[in-house]
Ligand binder design. Structure first.
Ligand SMILES: [Zn+2]
Length: 137
């Protein structure tokens, strides 16, 4: 039985992810589709899982194509140092600079970031980053 709220939430995530694809914001699109895939897995929606996987593959290959444009990327992305709270492994994550201003607009100084397996280590966790892009614990 389909949960209407979960369905609506998933649709809005997918809509936002498609906009990110249009804007070539691959990293953000990937994390949104990963979120959608998690929902679809939980709800047992195989079509949604397949669609999310296809889009993640597409965005990942575009991201790799765009790596020579690292200079451009630095202009609108910011590298954040992330430490896994489970295994303490340190890594860097590229995020859209806009998330900082978005957080300020919402009068919330802390930005919540979902870290997926493969980003830093094999763990999935959530971190909080302040508007200067420093990780808070
Ligand atoms: Zn870890």
């Amino acid at each position: 039985m389909e949960d209407r709220n979960v369905g609506a939430k998933n649709r809005s995530i997918v809509d936002e992810a498609k906009k990110c694809i249009d804007r070539k914001e691959w990293k953000i699109a990937i994390s949104l589709f990963q979120e959608s895939r998690t929902i679809c897995l939980t709800q047992d929606w195989p079509d949604g899982v397949r669609y999310a996987n296809e889009m993640i593959a597409k965005a990942t290959s575009n991201l790799q194509d765009s790596l020579p444009l690292l200079k451009d990327l630095r202009e609108y992305c910011k590298k954040i140092r992330i430490i896994c709270p489970i295994c303490n492994k340190t890594g860097a994550l590229l995020v859209d600079k806009n998330i900082g201003s978005r957080a300020l607009e919402e009068h919330n100084a802390l930005i919540k970031l979902r870290i997926f397996p493969g980003d830093i280590c094999e763990h999935e966790f959530t971190v909080f980053v302040d508007d200067t892009f420093k990780m808070r614990s």
